[in-house]
Design a protein around this ligand. Structure first.
Ligand code: HEC
Ligand code: HEC
Length: 289
């Protein structure tokens, strides 16, 4: 994230980036392929926005029409319908409006999108990757399905930061930096990092895990991804890859949700290697600290 010298300068740059995104239509096959690769892989929007049946199973024919409830001490949120339906979905949003919703958490009416939509992390999505994701959303079929409104027992912030200017992904040649980018847009740290009383991420605990996720599966606790003994210190690259992509631990036992293993299995080898390279740079931190 960069500091904007003035709001006007920031919005001028934002406008130019908006124009770039809008000008990308109609999307090329390569753009759609990139968007699908991200969404079926590390970005995993469907892990929250996919319609689900009573046992949490995906309802494939209902696509990203949402409805999944998120119960928290501080809120009861529902994943909205993000299909092209004009009334119950996002069919009326322009590309620029969608970009602002996804990357900045601000809807066209100015209201702010609340948790657990991981806006803090989506602020890092590059212009190209964002355009690719939006291109995919636009070609998916419209599904009519009204979702209840979320309730938050606290005031949402007026914004998650200054307007996002143009974002460029780091070069793949820099494996660690590109891995950091993938971990950001995959919002891995949303679950693997502690938060303070105000709900802000505790950067001093980045990657140390210890967050509890109750659900139909009982309870799962996010693990320590740092280089500490209680983390990934003794793990081989192959074991880390197997945990993330196959969803099994070093003894071959399956992990519980809500980590998006069904999607992460599609992360390609180069991206998995970059993610692992980045995780290996996390300073050792005790579990959950
Ligand atoms: C961890 C769960 C989660 C993930 C992952 C997630 N979302 Fe969301 N999203 C939500 C929730 C919950 C809301 C609604 C929050 C609220 O009601 O304020 C939301 C809101 C939205 C909205 C606003 C829709 C509206 O009508 O207000 C859009 C657009 C959206 N998400 C798109 C995406 C896209 C695209 C991705 C992947 C790049 C994604 N989301 C990933 C949970 C998630
Ligand atoms: C929605 C929350 C969530 C997200 C997002 C998430 N994780 Fe996890 N992760 C968990 C939980 C919970 C566990 C433990 C599951 C269990 O114990 O059954 C876990 C386990 C792991 C493990 C196993 C480590 C060990 O010590 O056993 C690794 C590695 C891991 N996650 C890496 C990642 C990476 C890399 C990403 C991003 C690409 C990611 N996680 C995204 C919640 C999440």
């Amino acid at each position: 994230m960069r500091n904007s010298s003035s709001y006007l300068a920031a919005s001028a740059i934002l406008m130019s980036c908006v124009v770039n995104i809008a000008a990308a239509a109609p999307p090329s096959a390569a753009t759609l392929e990139r968007g699908r690769y991200l969404m079926n892989g590390v970005v995993a929007c469907a892990n929250c926005h996919m319609a689900r049946g009573p046992k949490g199973e995906y309802l494939m024919d209902k696509g990203l029409s949402g409805g999944m409830p998120f119960d928290d001490r501080m809120f009861k949120a529902y994943a909205p319908n993000i299909t092209q339906d004009g009334e119950t979905g996002i069919g009326r949003l322009t590309d620029a409006q969608l970009a602002k919703a996804i990357r900045e958490g601000i809807r066209p009416d100015g209201s702010v999108i609340g948790p657990p939509m991981p806006i803090e992390f989506y602020r890092h999505i590059s212009d190209d990757d964002l355009a690719a994701i939006i291109a995919v959303l636009k070609v998916e079929p419209a599904v009519r399905s009204a979702v209840p409104k979320s309730r938050f027992n606290f005031a949402l912030p007026p914004a998650y930061g200054p307007p996002v200017m143009s974002v460029k992904a780091p070069s793949r040649a820099d494996k660690v930096k590109y891995g950091e980018y993938l971990v950001a847009i995959g919002h891995c740290m949303e679950c693997h990092t502690q938060r303070d009383q105000k709900g802000m991420l505790l950067m001093s605990s980045l990657g140390s895990g210890g967050r509890v996720f109750p659900g139909p599966w009982g309870e799962s606790v996010s693990r320590n991804l740092t280089t500490h003994e209680s983390g990934l210190k003794g793990w081989s690259d192959a074991q880390i890859s197997k945990a993330v992509r196959a969803g099994v631990n070093r003894d071959g036992a399956p992990y519980k949700p809500p980590m998006a293993f069904q999607h992460y299995q599609n992360i390609d080898d180069a991206d998995m290697a970059a993610i692992t390279a980045y995780l290996r740079t996390l300073p050792p931190r005790p579990f959950g600290k």
